[in-house]
Design a protein around this ligand. Structure first.
Ligand code: AN7
Length: 415
């Protein structure tokens, strides 16, 4: 039995009802399972013998008819042990879950494989989202694969070029709106409510978040059936931190891990309504009117899943931190140079946040920490001013030797 349950009043909605907010109180919905039934299904299932991927966890997902699955081979991303980074930061064990390895280069693909499959189940012909970039690239790809019309609204001028190119290449209809992400989101919510045939796939949609929770399952499985002590991730609209926490708690509830991680949400200083609420000890989030940050993916002032995120942080005894644009760019460069992982600025904010917390003495040296790197660095090449410029030289050996200070090997004379 699968239901869509209101996180505030508990009102239940049928699994196939097309509804984005609780019909009784207007709050967000969450997918709930009969966990005894799920535990029994797992006993009969061969899920452990399947390769790491979102659909390895099909028993835990709200899709029963697997013939409709729209997949581009998402999930199964690397959990990289980053020893050099850990040493620089001053910790023993730091892993980076590199979501840039997904088909369109971000964690959004985990959600879209499930969300677009659900769209097909519901017989929808058009999908829509508002996006700071990655959601649009991902939705456009899965809509293309499924043969659906795809409409995306993006804030004009402030989205990373690579993401825009992706969405265009996959054939989405892109509208740049004169306004920021929060305004674009309000508009697509209203559009999908006025037009029943247009399916909304922002993270308000609880089916999408079900796909994203697979990241948490994978981390536990990659650590050999254990949860990390701490998970650090960037927070924008706050869907992912909610999804990951749901994933960890489900694994715990089903006895697949015997502990839970503390969740740390990292936000850019100029777009940090959730971190501010946590620091104030407040139960409500005050929107930031004009969010600004170099990490355009998380340039969001009114996170729609704020309530779920505050719960994830509080229930896990976690916290939230802010980082400056300067710290983000420095962390991006450090991760690339120390570990060979090139991630976009929003993703690097998790590394920057971790570094800051260690410096503040808030993290124990012995903890096993997983940072989630949410998207690939190539999506936003413009921002990467720190890589410097290439050198220049004539195309001859002597010029290169002189330029790079390479000394010529001395000849060994034959006697
Ligand atoms: C790389 O694409 O909101 O806290 O519209 O692209 O779940 O919103 C992107 C978000 C982190 C924040 N890292 O995740 C969008 C969008 C990257 C992102 C986030 C995003 P949420």
């Amino acid at each position: 039995m699968i239901r869509q349950v209101c996180i505030n009043c508990g009102e239940e909605h049928e699994a196939d009802e097309i509804v984005y907010f609780c019909r009784r109180c207007g709050d967000l919905l969450e997918i709930e399972y009969d966990y005894e039934e799920l535990a029994e299904r797992l006993e009969r299932s061969d899920w452990r013998s399947l390769p790491l991927s979102v659909w390895r966890y099909r028993d835990f997902l709200p899709i029963r008819d697997l013939s409709k699955v729209v997949s581009l081979n998402e999930g199964g991303t690397g959990l990289h042990l980053c020893s050099r980074l850990a040493k620089v930061i001053g910790l023993k064990r730091v892993y980076v879950k590199n979501e840039g390895e997904n088909p369109t280069g971000s964690f959004k693909d985990r959600g879209m494989t499930v969300g677009v499959t659900k769209a097909l189940e519901l017989n929808m012909k058009t999908v829509i989202c508002a996006s700071t970039g990655n959601t649009s690239a991902s939705l456009a790809a899965y809509a293309a694969k499924a043969g659906l019309r795809c409409i995306v609204l993006v804030p004009s001028g402030k989205i990373a070029y690579g993401k825009l190119v992706q969405a265009l290449a996959y054939g989405a209809e892109i509208v740049q709106v004169r306004g920021n992400f929060d305004q674009a989101l309000r508009t697509v919510i209203e559009l999908s409510e006025r037009h029943g045939e247009v399916y909304l796939l922002n993270s308000i949609n609880p089916y999408r978040l079900e796909g994203q929770k697979s990241l948490a399952y994978e981390v536990c499985d990659q650590l050999g059936g254990r949860a990390p002590d701490r998970v650090v991730l960037p927070v924008g609209n706050a869907g992912n931190i909610s999804a990951l926490w749901k994933g960890f708690t489900e694994f715990y509830r089903l006895g697949l891990v015997d502990s839970l991680p503390r969740m740390v949400g990292v936000q850019a200083e100029g777009a940090s309504p959730i971190a501010q609420a946590i620091k104030r000890g407040s139960d409500v989030v005050t929107p930031v009117e004009n969010p600004e940050t170099v990490a355009t993916a998380i340039r969001i002032g009114a996170p729609v899943s704020w309530k779920k995120a505050l719960r994830a942080i509080r229930d896990s005894d976690g916290t939230a931190e802010t980082v400056t644009d300067e710290e983000i760019l420095e962390a991006q460069s450090m991760l690339a140079r120390c570990e060979g992982l090139f991630v976009e600025p929003a993703s690097a904010s998790s590394i920057a946040g971790l570094k800051k917390m260690v410096e503040l003495g808030e993290i124990d040296r012995d903890e096993t920490v997983v940072c989630v790197a949410t998207g690939h660095g190539l999506k936003d090449p413009d921002v990467m001013r720190r890589v410097g410029k290439p050198l220049e030289a004539d195309a001859d050996v002597q010029s290169i030797e002189r330029l790079l200070g390479l000394t010529r090997p001395s000849r060994i004379e034959a006697s």
